[in-house]
Design a protein around this ligand. Structure first.
Ligand SMILES: Cc1cc2nc3c(=O)[nH]c(=O)nc-3n(C[C@H](O)[C@H](O)[C@H](O)COP(=O)(O)OP(=O)(O)OC[C@H]3O[C@@H](n4cnc5c(N)ncnc54)[C@H](O)[C@@H]3O)c2cc1C
Length: 339
C-alpha cells in the first residue's frame, strides 16, 4: 500500500504521504515543505531526490526528467514516486519552493464550457471554497484510473470557487480527450494550486507575456491580474500568442474588455505556418513567437519582466533567445513548460 512517513535527511523535516496524495511531491507540498519542483509531471527533473532508506514505488515507468546518469546514481523523481511504508530521502529543500497558498484536494463540478478554437476549450469548474491561487499557477486534475495531468488556471482567484482552464485537445491524448468528453454537471478532483511561474507582485518593470498553443491559460490569468489591479496601473503589458494557423489564434476576447486594452495592454498574434497564413489571407505577423518578441523589442527586452508558457520546444527556443542571446537576467524570466 502506497504511503508512509517521509523524513528528509538533511533537515529532519517529516511529513506523511497518505494514499490520496499520489506522489511524494504532492505530500510534501501539502505539508508546506519547500520541496524543489517545477512541472509535477516527470518532465523537468527539478524534484529529483536520493533514496536513503525504505521502499518506493514508481508512478510512471521512465520519466523523461531523469537522465541516464541520474538513474545510474539511483536518483528518483518525487512527482513520480510514492513511499511504500516509512522512508528517508535526501534532498535540499528551500524556502522559495514553499507553497504560497494551501495545497488542497477537492471535488469540483463542471459548470460551463466554451469552445475557443477547433481544439481549444475553456472549462469552468466550481469547488466548495474560494479559489485561492496566484495568477500563473496550475492545478493537478485527477481523472479515471488514478491518471493526473497539470492545467494552468486562466481566471483570477475568486470567492465564488471558480477554477477556469483553457485546454488543448491532443489528437492521441488520453487525458485531454477524456476532459473533452465531460458534460456540464459532471465532477472531477482538483489538487492545487501549485507552480512557481506566477506573477511577481514586487516588480515595477513593464511586462512581456508569451504563450504558444496550449500555453495561453496562465498568460491570460497574469494579464488579467496586471490589467485589473491598480497596483500595476503604470505597467505596459504586451501579450504575444503564437499559433500554427490563423484558426488556432484566440485570447484577445478574454482581455479586450479591460479599459486599458489597446493603450497599455496590447495583444500580438503570430502565425508560424506561412502557407496556412497565406491561404487564410492573414496579414499579421508570421514566424515563431520568440522571433517576433525579439524583432519588436531588441535590446529593450532586458528591461521587462517576462512570463511564458507552452510546449517544451517553444520554451527551449525562448530560453535560448532570452537568456543566452539577449542576456536577460534569469530572475526576470518566469516560465512553465507543458510536458
Ligand atoms: C505545469 C503544466 C501546466 C500545463 N497547463 C496546461 C494548460 O493550461 N492547458 C493545456 O492544454 N495543457 C496544459 N499542460 C499539458 C497537460 O498537462 C497535458 O500534458 C496535455 O493535456 C496532454 O495530455 P494527454 O493525456 O491528452 O496527452 P498524452 O500524450 O496522452 O499524455 C501527455 C503526457 O502525460 C504523461 N503521462 C502519460 N501517462 C501519465 C500518467 N499516468 N501520469 C502522469 N503523466 C502521464 C506523458 O509524459 C505524456 O507525454 C500543462 C502541463 C504542465 C506540466
Amino acid at each position: 500500500m502506497a504511503g508512509g512517513q517521509i523524513t528528509i535527511k538533511e533537515t529532519g523535516e517529516r511529513f506523511l504521504q497518505s494514499h490520496v496524495d499520489g506522489s511524494i511531491l504532492r505530500a510534501a507540498l501539502r505539508a508546506g515543505i519547500g520541496f524543489p519542483y517545477e512541472c509535477s509531471s516527470g518532465g523537468c527533473g527539478s524534484c529529483r531526490f536520493k533514496p536513503v532508506e525504505g521502499d518506493f514505488s514508481d508512478l510512471s515507468l521512465d520519466p523523461g526528467g531523469l537522465s541516464e546518469r541520474d538513474k545510474r546514481k539511483g536518483f528518483r523523481l518525487a512527482c513520480q514516486s510514492s513511499a511504500v511504508g516509512d522512508v528517508t530521502i535526501s534532498v535540499t529543500t528551500r524556502r522559495e519552493f514553499e507553497p504560497k497558498h494551501r495545497f488542497n484536494r477537492f471535488a469540483a463540478r463542471l459548470t460551463a464550457l466554451r469552445d475557443l478554437t477547433p481544439d481549444m476549450r475553456e472549462f469552468t469548474f466550481v469547488g466548495p471554497k474560494a479559489a485561492m491561487f496566484l495568477p500563473g499557477q496550475y492545478a493537478i486534475l485527477e481523472g479515471p484510473a488514478n491518471q493526473t495531468r497539470c492545467y494552468s488556471m486562466s481566471n483570477l482567484p475568486n470567492d465564488q470557487g471558480n477554477w477556469q482552464f483553457i485546454i488543448k485537445r491532443v489528437v492521441t491524448g488520453e487525458f485531454s480527450n477524456w476532459l473533452f468528453g465531460l458534460e456540464i454537471g459532471e465532477a472531477l478532483t482538483i489538487d492545487g494550486p501549485v507552480g512557481l511561474a506566477h506573477i511577481v507582485e514586487a516588480s515595477q518593470r513593464d511586462v512581456i507575456c508569451i504563450a504558444g498553443g496550449s500555453g495561453l491559460a496562465p498568460i491570460i490569468s497574469i494579464a488579467r491580474a496586471l490589467a485589473s489591479d491598480p497596483a500595476h496601473a503604470a505597467k505596459q503589458i504586451h501579450i504575444f500568442y503564437g499559433g500554427r494557423t490563423p484558426a488556432d489564434l484566440c485570447g484577445e476576447g478574454h482581455l479586450n474588455e479591460f479599459p486599458c486594452w489597446g493603450e497599455r495592454l496590447r495583444f500580438h498574434s503570430v502565425v508560424s505556418d506561412q502557407a496556412a497564413a497565406d491561404a487564410a489571407g492573414w496579414t499579421g505577423e508570421t514566424g515563431f513567437v520568440h522571433e517576433s518578441v525579439i524583432r519588436q523589442f531588441g535590446e529593450k527586452v532586458k528591461d521587462h519582466e517576462i512570463y511564458f508558457a507552452g510546449p517544451p520546444p517553444m520554451a527551449t527556443a525562448l530560453q535560448s533567445a532570452l537568456m543566452l542571446e539577449m542576456k536577460v537576467p534569469f530572475e526576470q524570466i518566469h516560465f512553465d513548460r507543458f510536458f
